[in-house]
Ligand binder design. Structure first.
Ligand SMILES: Cc1ncc(COP(=O)(O)O)c(C=O)c1O
Length: 436
């Protein structure tokens, strides 16, 4: 039975209960990640309440006062680090999330109402929202499709592009085990329809791209790329757009002020802090995400679960897809059993190649939380025992809690503990409304 409307103390209690459960559990949801306590600071301090628009520090444009002292964090930390790691000359940190970045990219680059956007078909892992957002902007939608769920048919792409000459090709892999060959796709677009722009929505791959472990879409010839900063990138819920093209920069600047007002300034400060940390551990973390994912796929398969794409090494990135129905356990039931053991996963219809529901997991947060290669067999044992219900959930949950004892990468940085200690008083004062 649902509780009566919770009062404030109920909400605080629910938060505390959630926190206690979260401390003992591990998210294997590929769209989620974690970040350091330090990077969360701007979210609980006064900065959370401030607008910031005056990027040029024009004395006549501080129409919203209060964030002047923090301007340099967005302008001299967040943006330059994204430009460097993303190999771009312009970065917009305005988007609030991946879907918001998609809306901004489609509104900016997808052409006027009546023009056509070509995007990845759902059968090849395209994001569910892309066609709907494009259609709401008055754009028509056509699909890139593939000979299998993991590759695109470039001959079909060339024929389609040459025939319809779309304004934009929007590459939106969301259910994705292997990145498409963006360089080959861009070459196809340039030959078949030279006026067409290419935008890569790398929401799922962002951490792997910024770490240099996945190819940079701009190096592959794309006109722009972007996406969420909280999936493989261990940062705040937020998104970014990047380009090297001055005319695209101009178009983004002209559009974004009318789609986004508050860009959640504190999140851009958090993102800057997460990037400062990421430049220390990013490449090693991203390599670990990729190797953990492949290893975990193999370990689950060795223990008898059906893991998709065994013939291709299971995954090149952070996602694995499991057909637990094939192993006699409906994905929703498997997900319930895993949750009781402290492991949170996705289950859903629509995974490419599936005719019924499947399970989608990711090793990105596990890698950020510091799980090592030696931890993976234990994680796989717990996972399989939970799915098959061969051990009591409470014992499995204790084993997951033990795995959660590893030190997260952000907290392991040399200066982290001391900076966090010195910030605690700041947090207490802010939470008390600066009255003590
Ligand atoms: C390609 C792509 N674009 C956009 C989104 C939406 O991102 P967010 O949840 O940050 O709004 C996703 C999420 O999975 C995605 O995969």
């Amino acid at each position: 039975m649902a509780m009566a409307t919770p009062n404030l103390s109920d909400v605080v209690r629910l938060l505390a209960e959630h926190e206690a459960a979260a401390e003992r559990s591990l998210s294997l949801v590929p769209s989620e990640n974690s970040m350091s306590g330090l990077a969360k600071l701007p979210m609980v301090l006064d900065s959370y309440h401030r607008y910031f628009f005056n990027e040029d520090d024009d004395p006549d444009r501080w129409h919203f006062r209060g964030a002047q002292g923090l301007r340099d964090v967005e302008m001299s930390v967040t943006i330059p680090l994204l430009e460097r790691l993303g190999k771009a000359t312009y970065v917009s940190v305005r988007p609030l999330s991946g879907l918001n970045a998609m809306t901004l990219a489609l509104a900016t680059l997808g052409g006027d109402p009546g023009s056509t956007v070509v995007t990845i078909s759902p059968e090849n892992g395209g994001h569910y929202a892309t066609p709907s957002v494009a259609q709401r902007l008055g754009q028509r939608v056509e699909w890139l499709r593939g000979p299998n769920p993991h590759e695109l048919d470039l001959e079909h792409a060339a024929e389609l592009l040459g025939r319809i000459r779309p304004a934009l090709v929007y590459v939106d892999q969301s259910h994705c085990l292997f990145p498409i060959d963006a360089a080959a796709l861009v070459r196809t677009v340039r030959e078949a329809s030279p006026e067409t722009l290419v935008h890569v929505d790398a929401s799922h791959w962002m951490g792997l791209v910024l770490a240099g472990v996945f190819p940079n879409p701009l190096d592959a010839g794309a006109d722009s790329f972007g996406g969420s900063t909280h999936k493989t990138f261990p940062g705040p819920h937020k998104a970014v757009l990047l380009t090297r093209d001055a005319s695209i920069e101009k178009r983004i600047r002209e559009t974004q002020d009318f789609l986004i007002s508050s860009h959640h300034f504190a999140s851009t400060l958090s993102l800057g802090m997460a990037l400062l940390e990421f430049q220390e551990f990013g490449p090693a973390y991203a390599k670990t995400v990729v190797s953990h994912t492949k290893d975990f796929g193999r370990l689950l398969a060795e223990r008898g679960l059906t893991v998709v794409a065994a013939d291709r090494g299971y995954s090149a990135g952070h996602q694995l897809w499991l057909d637990t129905e094939n192993d006699g356990v409906a994905p929703s039931l498997a997900s319930d059993r895993l949750a009781a053991a402290g492991l949170n996963v996705n289950f859903m219809a629509g995974l490419p190649g599936f005719t019924r529901q499947g399970m989608r997991i990711g090793l990105n947060e596990a890698a950020y939380k510091g799980l090592t290669t030696e931890d993976l067999p234990e994680l796989a044992d717990v996972f399989v025992a939970a799915v098959r219900d061969t051990s009591p959930a409470s014992g499995l949950a204790d084993r997951v809690a033990a795995l959660r004892g590893r030190v997260p990468l952000g907290a392991a940085l040399p200066e982290a503990a001391q900076l966090l200690d010195s910030s605690l008083a700041l947090v207490c004062r802010a939470l008390r409304g600066h009255t003590s």
